[in-house]
Design a protein around this ligand. Structure first.
Ligand SMILES: O=C(O)CCC(=O)C(=O)O
Length: 268
């Protein structure tokens, strides 16, 4: 079921949000976090528990209820958001991923010809031979793990897209971030949605229209700001990535880790 959802585009209130750096650039916090909150909840305690077994985690995937989608729209922005897992399930999956995912060491990205450390950890999994190039680098997909394959197949059933690649970002705390970018690389099948699953600490996620960025803005379009909860799924549907940049800004007050998985469909 798709439920209409009206986002109140919050006003730009501080420099931190106005001045998103490009991927890889350092950024500076100038004022307190004033972000709104669409669906904001207290942080999770992610310490201490034993990782769940594969059986526990597969049972979670097999018993998902029908999703209640919320539509989020603006000019050429087409998003759908739903809570896919309960807090408890999301917590189990987070712990499972913490034990399963192998991240790259010392990832770097190129911005305006200069190399920067990636301010988070990254990994990618997918079909044999798939490679994804972005920000001056190319990463090759590691073969699917049984859990990621199951997650991919569950998404095919829920979303109707056969994803063949997943990029995983791990943010150790609110200092880790991802700068403004569009997911519009030519390896991606055009018009295919990107499915973004979040686990761990809830984080703000900001969309900014290409015409209203920085000093060279040609018109004023309010940014769209979400707070991505543990256990949520966000679908970035066509044509969002042709017009809107997105970022996960620094949030000093966020102390816990977060893992995000973006499932994509790439040309073989
Ligand atoms: O961490 C997130 O929520 C988003 C990651 C992202 O923007 C990307 O993978 O392109």
């Amino acid at each position: 079921m798709i439920e209409n959802y009206f986002i109140k585009h919050s006003k730009r209130k501080n420099q931190e949000e106005n001045d998103q750096p490009l991927e890889g650039q350092a950024r500076k916090i100038t004022k307190k976090d004033p972000l709104p909150s669409l669906l904001k909840e207290p942080p999770l305690d992610l310490t201490g528990d034993k990782p769940p077994t594969q059986h526990d985690i597969f049972t979670v995937l097999k018993n998902l209820p029908e999703l209640k989608w919320r539509k989020i729209t603006a000019e050429n922005l087409n998003l759908e958001y739903a809570i896919m897992f309960t807090k408890d399930e999301a917590y189990k999956i987070f712990n499972y991923l913490e034990n399963e995912i192998v991240y790259e060491h010392n990832s770097k990205v190129q911005v305006f010809g200069k190399w920067h450390n990636v301010p988070r950890k990254q990994a990618s999994y997918g079909n044999d031979g798939l490679k994804y190039s972005f920000s001056g680098r190319t990463i090759s997909a590691t073969p699917w793990t049984p859990f990621l394959r199951e997650l991919r197949d569950m998404l095919a059933a829920k979303v109707g897209t056969n994803f063949n690649f997943v990029l995983i970002n791990r943010y150790k705390d609110g200092n880790d971030h991802i700068g403004e970018h569009k997911d519009d690389e030519h390896e991606l099948v055009s018009r295919s949605p990107i499915a973004s699953l979040s686990f761990g600490e809830a984080r703000d996620f900001v969309f900014r229209h290409q015409d209203s960025r920085g000093a060279k803005a040609v018109r004023k379009i309010e940014p769209v700001k979400l707070n991505l909860q543990a256990g949520s799924i966000l679908l970035m549907n066509y044509p969002t990535n042709s017009y809107w940049y997105h970022s996960l800004p620094v949030r000093k007050k966020c102390l816990g880790p977060r893992i995000n998985l973006t499932f994509r469909q790439m040309h073989c």
